[in-house]
Design a protein around this ligand. Structure first.
Ligand SMILES: [Zn+2]
Length: 271
């Protein structure tokens, strides 16, 4: 599933193709995504110029002036830059056709993605209003993490994956950040002291930065079956490495289940 680094990599890859470009039309081949694609969407976007492409959590925001095209990649979605006239494949549900002849194409086999329109400030849209602080914003730091975990008896890993606590962290980067911070994923969130919260906030940012840096900037880049961009897959410290030796101490990495998701950690490095 695409997490924040993959969405940010996608955003950066889009910018040179779409910013300051005029939209000719939108083609919706399948309206049945996680929420129905509005019937009025092609009419709303036609003729608009894309002033910027932003990101909030895992949502991509195409600033079209009076409104915003809001796009989410869901579980399996991926955007491609193709030339006008490129025949669609079976899961190519949506095209944004630009005057330049470039097409931004959404391929989403599992159809958990979203293509919506928001009037006015997109950050006030119901889907976006409740998202927690962006990991790279000043509002996200050890103090914030300490404050929001005081009443949370759940394991720290599950709390990190709660979008109200921090935006865009899914299973992969929760596992990786906890390794870098030396925190056991089963640790009760409320038992994290201020120092560990500071360290964890720093490591979350570092882990995401590393992944974004490895992601490249081309939408023609290879993306693996788990949706991770570029070469970062080979740099995982714990994710999907159960039984393999820890890169730091050699202890076999443990794999457990937490909240229906796979957790990986080093029992020696993460206490
Ligand atoms: Zn280790």
């Amino acid at each position: 599933m695409p997490e924040l680094p993959e969405v940010e990599t996608t955003r950066r890859g889009l910018v040179p193709f779409v910013v300051n470009q005029r939209i000719a039309t939108a083609i919706v081949r399948n309206h049945s995504l996680r929420l129905p694609v509005p019937r009025s969407l092609p009419r709303l976007v036609a003729g608009a110029t894309i002033a910027a492409v932003g990101r909030r959590g895992k949502y991509l925001l195409f600033d079209c002036g009076p409104g915003t095209l809001i796009l989410h990649l869901g579980m399996s979605g991926r955007l491609w830059i193709v030339d006008h006239g490129t025949p669609p494949e079976p899961h190519d549900h949506f095209d944004l056709v630009l005057d330049s002849g470039t097409v931004v194409r959404l391929r989403d086999p599992r159809r958990f993605g979203l293509v919506l329109w928001g009037n006015g400030d997109p950050l006030r849209h119901t889907l976006l209003a409740g998202i927690g602080p962006e990991p790279f914003d000043a509002a996200f730091n050890g103090d914030w993490l300490y404050r929001v975990t005081r009443n949370r008896t759940a394991a720290i890993k599950l709390v990190l994956m709660d979008g109200h606590v921090v935006a865009g962290i899914g299973n992969i980067y929760a596992n990786e950040a906890l390794f870098h911070a030396g925190v056991n994923p089963r640790q009760a969130a409320q038992r994290m002291g201020p120092g560990r919260c500071d360290l964890l906030a720093d490591k979350i940012r570092e882990t995401l930065e590393l992944a974004i840096g490895a992601g490249g900037s081309s939408l023609r880049d290879y993306v693996g079956s788990d949706g991770v961009a570029g070469s970062f897959q080979s740099q995982f410290m714990v994710y999907d490495r159960a039984g393999e030796p820890c890169h730091r101490c050699g202890t076999p990495i443990k794999g457990i289940r937490q909240g229906q998701r796979s957790t990986f950690y080093c029992p020696r490095c993460q206490r």
